[in-house]
Every structure is written in C-alpha cells, then in structure tokens.
Design a protein around this ligand. Structure first.
Ligand SMILES: [Fe+2]
Length: 235
C-alpha cells in the first residue's frame, strides 16, 4: 500500500458526509472544517521542517475521521476505519493525535472510557511517536472549525465545553512544552506561520493563559476521572 496522499485522505474524510459545499456549513459537520484546518496547518509546519507536506496534510484530514461514525470513541473508530480502508500504517494519527507524549492522561477533556482506554493505552505503549504525530497533536491544539487560534484560546474553548479534570492542567503544560519543542526545531514561533490568527487573540495570549490556569485549578469545576478509569489515571 502506497503512502496516503492528501487527495485520498480528503476523499475519505468527506465520503458519505459532505456531498456539496453547503453541507460543510451545517453545525453537525463543523468537525470536518476543523480537520481541513488541521490539514492546512500540518502542511505548513511540515514544509518549515523540510518534511513531506502532502503527507502531513493527509494525516491532518484523517486524524478525526472516526467522527464520521461517532464522536464518542472517535480515535478508536477512526483507527479501525482507516485499517478497513487499507491504510494500516497511516491509521496511527487517529489514535495518537489526542495524547501528548504517548501518555493517555495527557489529553484534553475526559479520559477515554472502558474498552477504548485499554485499546489506546496498549497501542501507545507499543508505539514510538513520529514527528508527524507531534505535528498533528500540535495542530489539533490551535485549530478550530473556523480557523487558527492560540493554544490558550483553543483550550479555554475545550475546557468550557468538556469541563476540568484532574489531568487537565498537566495536559495544558505538556501542550506548551510540545509547542516549544516544535518551535525550537523550526527556529521560529509557531504563530509566525499563521498570520491569520487575529492580532487581538495573540495579544490576549498571556491573559488567556492566566484565565485557563485559574479554570484548571478550580476545585469547584473539577470533574472526577471516569469511574472505570479512576484507578488507572495519572499513574
Ligand atoms: Fe481534532
């Protein structure tokens, strides 16, 4: 099987979901637009790092492809979907994109539950992350369905929607560390590659960071880890 191309990845992404441009604007399909922005962002970072831009685009398109089937458990569903379509090697970004440093606890929002937790943690334990995995993880952290933003603004949005968990602050810190590592590799700031980010959002980075840290440390907002995983979390 040849390497997944961006054209094939986009075809797989929109197949049976988007039939015309209008459908891209429907609320339930907003995740597809997020994938398109992740693909664009990943390609730009890959180009800066002299990597395969088209391949980075492709992985960006498919990283959330499991959402075609269900939003719950989408990493595992996406992984299986890509394998069923003959892309076993490239299916990885469906599973790795949400977990920084291959740590299942370093994720935004709640931890995966039950069976998914077992499948993902076993996969991560036996998988070495590539630079492409890192790029997709990074892009997922500053791409909305409307375009590019800062990590702080994106995580504020996710936190408001999904809540605060005991692992959330550590996830935020690891997201910033990942950003710094990539910036060192690129020799430039991440946001300098994305002039589309509004100046007022960039200017608010520090205050957003303070707001986010405050939220992530509020005991009254803290949700418990999923009961089934409570013994496994934050090991
Ligand atoms: Fe995503």
């Amino acid at each position: 099987m040849e390497k997944l191309s961006s054209d094939t990845a986009l075809e797989l992404l929109i197949k049976d979901v988007i039939h015309n441009k209008k459908e891209l604007e429907i609320q339930k399909n907003r995740w597809v637009k997020h994938c398109i922005f992740v693909a664009i962002a990943a390609g730009r970072i890959a180009r800066k790092l002299n990597l395969d831009e088209d391949y980075a685009n492709a992985l960006g398109y498919i990283h959330d492809i499991g959402r075609k089937i269900s939003h719950n458990n989408h990493p595992v569903l996406g992984y299986k979907y890509m394998i069923e379509n003959g892309y076993e090697k490239d299916a990885r970004s469906c599973l790795t994109h949400s977990f920084i440093d291959n740590d299942i606890n370093l994720t935004a929002g709640p931890l995966p539950t039950d069976e998914a937790y077992e499948i993902i943690s076993e996969y991560l334990a036996n998988t070495e992350l590539t630079i492409y995995d890192n790029i997709i993880q990074m892009c997922d952290l500053f791409c909305l369905e409307t375009g590019f933003t800062t990590v702080e603004r994106r995580l504020l949005d996710i936190t408001k929607r999904k809540g605060v968990y005991p692992h959330s602050l550590k996830h935020f810190e690891s997201a910033l560390a990942l950003k710094e590592r990539l910036e060192n590799q690129m020799g430039c700031s991440l946001y300098s590659l994305f002039p589309e980010i509004k100046p007022e959002i960039l200017a608010a980075t520090e205050s957003d960071r303070q707001k986010l840290i405050e939220l992530l440390q509020s005991p009254e907002l803290m949700k418990p880890e999923e009961p089934n995983n409570s013994g496994k979390a934050l090991k």
